[in-house]
Design a protein around this ligand. Structure first.
Ligand code: DGY
Length: 327
């Protein structure tokens, strides 16, 4: 008998066909009216789940006693309760690598847009206000040759460092658990403790995953260490920064600007003060949102689920302890 799999993210016909061949497959649109109730109804049968952008709480997963594996269509796994999954021996898989370059592109797009005031000035042109050549009041700041600080030097951090160093001649400084000599060599990068990194930056880009350790890693005290001309870019998760402290720093002119793809609450509240500030470029968590990358992520999640439910160790296992427990 085929295993029961529920996907709560729509998939391309090709990927649906692959899953359909191997499993008793069902799609539940959790965002549609009645969707969550339908998922609850189906969970008791589910052996595999595939999707993203929907919190699978322990309370929900308690309804799925037969569940063996979850294939998340994301690299981040901060919305899953890992100790709970480990206790139950449920495998959790993610989709690293395939989105690295797209997220790095998005980070750079935000950095350039914020530094050169692209969105603000495009709106200004659309509003018919371009009537003479630009003066001081509309100048942005250079990106090339400046110093970029990276909080996190994992795959995405390195892809951003490559763009910064080789494309824009920037000095790259970073903080991470430990120095990475191969990165230092390739990108002329310097490993610094966080306080020194902050003081050194023209641009600061956050790429660390959200965890207990990185929650509010940048609070009021850390933001105060950034030079007032610095621009902050966040493509990681909103809660890595204390959002209230960031708003205060931007409102009081203690930071030049911010390019934010992620927020404390998503979708960001329409009345968030961040949306009132012309020096903030807000984007809707679009880091990996290209056709090619989202399809590659979904393919990776499908591969992970096929392996996990087929008794093979999946390539992208977040919680190897759950695998050991199974053995
Ligand atoms: C991820 O995969 O975690 C990204 O944030 C989604 O774009």
């Amino acid at each position: 008998m085929k295993k029961k799999v529920i996907h709560y993210k729509a998939l391309s016909p090709a990927l649906t066909a692959r899953l359909d061949e191997a499993f008793d497959l069902e799609y539940v649109d959790v965002k549609a009216p009645g969707g969550e109730a339908r998922l609850r109804e189906r969970l008791p049968e589910a052996q595999g789940l595939l999707g993203s952008s929907y919190k699978l709480t322990p309370e929900l997963l308690d309804l799925a006693p037969r569940l063996e594996a979850i294939a998340s269509v994301s690299v981040g796994f901060d919305s899953y309760d890992l100790p709970y999954l480990e206790r139950r021996g449920i495998l959790l898989c993610n989709t690293p690598d395939v989105l690295t370059e797209s997220v790095a592109d998005a980070a750079f797009a935000l950095l350039l847009a914020t530094a050169r005031r692209i969105v603000e000035l495009a709106d200004w042109v659309r509003a018919g206000q371009w009537q003479a050549s630009l003066g001081e009041a509309h100048f942005g700041c250079d990106v090339h040759g400046k110093t970029l600080g990276l909080v996190g030097m994992g795959r995405i951090g390195q892809a951003i460092a490559r763009r910064a160093h080789l494309g824009f001649g920037m000095q790259v400084n970073y903080t991470a658990h430990a120095a990475k000599p191969e990165v230092d060599e390739r990108f002329g990068a310097r490993f610094l403790p966080l306080p020194e990194l902050l003081a050194s930056c023209d641009f600061l880009c956050i790429t660390v995953p959200l965890s207990n350790e990185t929650h509010h890693l940048l609070g009021a005290a850390e933001l105060a260490r950034l030079p007032a001309h610095a621009i902050l870019i966040n493509v990681s998760r909103g809660p890595v920064i204390d959002e209230a402290a960031l708003i205060a720093a931007l409102q009081e002119g203690r930071l030049r600007g911010a390019g934010l793809d992620v927020f404390d609450r998503e979708p960001v509240a329409p009345d968030s003060p961040l949306l009132q500030l012309p020096n903030v470029v807000p984007t809707p968590h679009l880091g990996s949102a290209t056709r090619e990358t989202r399809e590659a992520m979904a393919r990776c999640a499908v591969d992970n689920l096929l392996a996990a439910l087929g008794g093979q160790r999946p390539a992208n296992l977040v919680n190897p302890q759950a695998w050991t427990r199974r053995e």
